[in-house]
Design a protein around this ligand. Sequence first.
Ligand SMILES: [Ca+2]
Ligand SMILES: [Ca+2]
Ligand SMILES: [Ca+2]
Ligand SMILES: [Ca+2]
Length: 246
Amino acid sequence: MKYCTLPVLLCLLLPCNLDAQKLNNRVTYVTKAEIAPIIDGYKKDACWKSATWYPLNQKWLGKDYTQKDFKGRYKLSWSKDVMHLLVEIKDDILVDQYEDPKKLWWDDDCLEVFVDEDNSGGNHQFNHNAFAYHIALNNHVIDLGPDEQPHFYDDHITCKRRTKGKKSTWELSFKLYSDEYIDDFINQAVELQANKKVGFALAYCDNDGSKERENFIGSEVVEGEDKNRGWIDAGIFGTLILVDSK
Ligand SMILES: [Ca+2]
Ligand SMILES: [Ca+2]
Ligand SMILES: [Ca+2]
Ligand SMILES: [Ca+2]
């Protein structure tokens, strides 16, 4: 037998499904909601009481920011048909400068939910290998389609935002669609079950009055100089593993 490194030898001997693009990503276990939350912008639901807060604190773009400028955290849960997400954002100034939701949508304050249904990683810039849903302050949901144009995906996400002072609570449910999704067609959302792995990241575009967004803050550690890769590369997403409620 020729010389083999240990990982190669193990792959030859054992069933092996190593996905190099996702090897080092953060894994988060997400507990099923016994009762689905009511999407009303209030976090009183039982599933939120027991879920863990995770920080939204990785600077992907912009200068250093203060806690007064931006602070964010989130929780996750799931039901048979949808994933649930609760996000708390403290942002000193909310900006919605472009009335047209398809114009420079990333330069207004918005929440960005990245979802890769089969946790495959890989390029998703102009295809539906994964979605990068931008949720505007007016609840419109936008991503680029295979035609390289922005599309509304409002029916993928149910969202309610409540803002009190400088704190906004975003509560949402989102459906998962496979990479076979076709725009302007009737598509079946994927049913969720325990042990399913889903690629996921969360981010917030913070603008406080500038022409362009001032910061882009994400949930995942992105190595290297260019950290604004989530809208192109699903390989930087974290991995969620769905688990049953205890
Ligand atoms: Ca609620
Ligand atoms: Ca801010
Ligand atoms: Ca995928
Ligand atoms: Ca802002």
